[in-house]
Design a protein around this ligand. Sequence first.
Ligand code: PNS
Length: 170
Amino acid sequence: MTEEKIRVAVCPGSFDPVTNGHIDIISRTAKMFDKVIVAVGVNPKKTSSFTVEERVEMLRKACAEFENVEIATYQGLLADYVQHVGATGIVKGLRALTDFDYEFQMALTNRKLNPEVETLFLATSAENMFLSSSMVKQVAGFGGDISHFVPVCILEQIQNRICSGGNANG
Ligand code: PNS
């Protein structure tokens, strides 16, 4: 009897903070794979608005409804992490053409580092075409309404941090 293999995907990113665009990609990936690991890339050299712990906590709240989704962090190369967790796919969202160069570069680098893993791009949903974490932070920073851009369960947390002008270091 052949043993059926569980298909695992990794959705990597900074998630600083998670937006409705990310949730759209995560939920669609969860329909295609048995298990999805949403992995927050830890880069100590990058200044973030939210600590890694805060980003993980926000993702946990925002993804609570998806039974086959778990949240994790990784440090170092994504290609190594993907191998470590036994994933076969890296899934990322593609918005406008502007994403393409950077994402293509990352996908090719990751394939060179780990030929076993495929990067899959999902076309963003139309309403999230111009949505990004930086855009959310910019709008919130000027007191604008971000309720259409981020999950409602983390709205207040994002507003409090950005409106107070704070970042991950306080
Ligand atoms: O949300 P982002 O900023 O597009 O996420 C980028 C991230 C964290 C997925 C990417 O920078 C990453 O995987 N970094 C880990 C280091 C690595 O593997 N680099 C080589 C591939 S470019």
